[in-house]
Design a protein around this ligand. Structure first.
Ligand code: ADP
Length: 246
C-alpha cells in the first residue's frame, strides 16, 4: 500500500502554546480516517500540517511519498475548510464556473475542451447538484456549497479529500445524505480525512481513527478504538462527548 500522508514526530506551537506534540501517523491509500478530539485539541492544526498549510516546528511530513516541501501536485488534494458553509467571501461565480476551476491544473496552456466540461457535469451529477449549475455560489445553502467544493475536487481528479467539520450548520437529513456521498467516494478509491465532532458518525463511517488531544491517543482501526480507553483518556473527565445513535 502507498501512503498518502505520513506524519513523523510532528510538534507545532502557536507562540508558547503547544498544539501538537510528537504526533506520528500514516494515512494509507483508500483510508477513511476520522480525526477526533475535544475542542481545541489540535485537529485543524494537524490537518493543516498534513496539507502543508502550516510547517511543523519539528518532525516531518510526506504527501504522496514526497517530502511536503517538494510537493507540488496540489490538484491531487481537495480541501473543504470549516468556512465552506460560510457565505462570506464566496466568489461571485456560478457553481459550474467554480467546479470548472478544478480543471485548470489539467489544461496547462491549452483551453478547456468538451471533455473538461463533461468532467464538470459528471462531478456535479455525482454530488447531486447538477440542477444548481447556473446558480451563484453565494446563493447556495451551506450544505450545497460544500457539495460544490467537493465537485471541484472531483473535477480536479483529487485523490485525497480533507474535510474539517463539513456538516456544521447542515440539517440532519442532508447530513446523512452527505455522509452517504463520502462513503461512495471512498468506495470509488478516494482517500478521506474527516474532522467531525460527532463520534457516532466517525465510528460508523471511518475505517481508521486518530484521536488527539495535543498528543495522539489512538491511531488505528475503528474496532480497536471502540474497545480502547482512548476516547475517555483524550477527552478527560470534563470533556464533552457527542454521541449520535442511529
Ligand atoms: P481543534 O481543531 O481541535 O478545535 P485547533 O487545531 O483549532 O483545535 O487548535 C488547537 C489549539 O491551538 C487551541 O488551543 C487553539 O486555541 C490554538 N490555536 C489555533 N489556531 C491558533 C492561532 N492561529 N493562533 C494561536 N492559537 C491558535
Amino acid at each position: 500500500m502507498t501512503s498518502v500522508v505520513d506524519v513523523r514526530n510532528v510538534s507545532f506551537a502557536y507562540g508558547d502554546s503547544l498544539a501538537l506534540e510528537e504526533v506520528t501517523l500514516t494515512v494509507e491509500n483508500g483510508d477513511f480516517l476520522g480525526l477526533i478530539g475535544p475542542n481545541g485539541s489540535g485537529k485543524t492544526t494537524l490537518l493543516h500540517v498534513m496539507l502543508g498549510l502550516l510547517s511543523p516546528d519539528s518532525g516531518s511530513v510526506r504527501l504522496f511519498d514526497q517530502p511536503i516541501e517538494e510537493f507540488e501536485a496540489g490538484e491531487r488534494i481537495g480541501y473543504v475548510s470549516q468556512k465552506a458553509t460560510d457565505r462570506g467571501g464566496t466568489m461571485p461565480v456560478t457553481v459550474r464556473e467554480c467546479v470548472l476551476m478544478g480543471r485548470f491544473a489539467h489544461v496547462g496552456h491549452g483551453r478547456l475542451n468538451d471533455e473538461d466540461h463533461e468532467t464538470v457535469a459528471d462531478a456535479l451529477e455525482t454530488v447531486g447538484i447538477a440542477d444548481l449549475a447556473d446558480q451563484q455560489m453565494n446563493q447556495l445553502s451551506g450544505g450545497q456549497r460544500q457539495r460544490a467544493y467537493i465537485a471541484r475536487a472531483l473535477a480536479s481528479e483529487a485523490d485525497l479529500l480533507a474535510l474539517d467539520e463539513p456538516t456544521v450548520g447542515v440539517d440532519a437529513e442532508s447530513r446523512d445524505e452527505f455522509y452517504r456521498l463520502l462513503d461512495s467516494l471512498n468506495r470509488s478509491g478516494i482517500t478521506i480525512i474527516l474532522i467531525e465532532h460527532d463520534i457516532g458518525v466517525v465510528t460508523d463511517r471511518a475505517n481508521r481513527i486518530a484521536c488527539i488531544n495535543t498528543e495522539l491517543y489512538h491511531h488505528g482501526d475503528t474496532e480497536s478504538f471502540v474497545e480502547s480507553e482512548a476516547l475517555s483518556e483524550a477527552y478527560g473527565k470534563t470533556g464533552e462527548i457527542v454521541h449520535h445513535h442511529h
